[in-house]
Design a protein around this ligand. Structure first.
Ligand code: ZN
Length: 57
């Protein structure tokens, strides 16, 4: 099972799950753009890019 892709909320610095699951290699080679995710920490919708995302282990 692939791990979750997460990114850090720019307002709170907390980890936000993107709802996407893939491993590091797939993330590194994937084409991702215009990704929106609702942030439960600051209750805003953030746009995240591959450069900001990481795989949660
Ligand atoms: Zn946030």
């Amino acid at each position: 099972m692939a791990p979750n892709v997460v990114f850090t909320c720019p307002n709170t610095g907390k980890t936000v799950p993107t709802g996407i699951s893939m491993d590091e290699h797939t993330l590194a080679t994937a084409t991702l753009s215009g990704n929106f995710v609702y942030c439960p920490h600051c209750r805003q919708t953030h746009v995240w890019s591959k450069e900001q995302a990481r795989v949660e282990r």
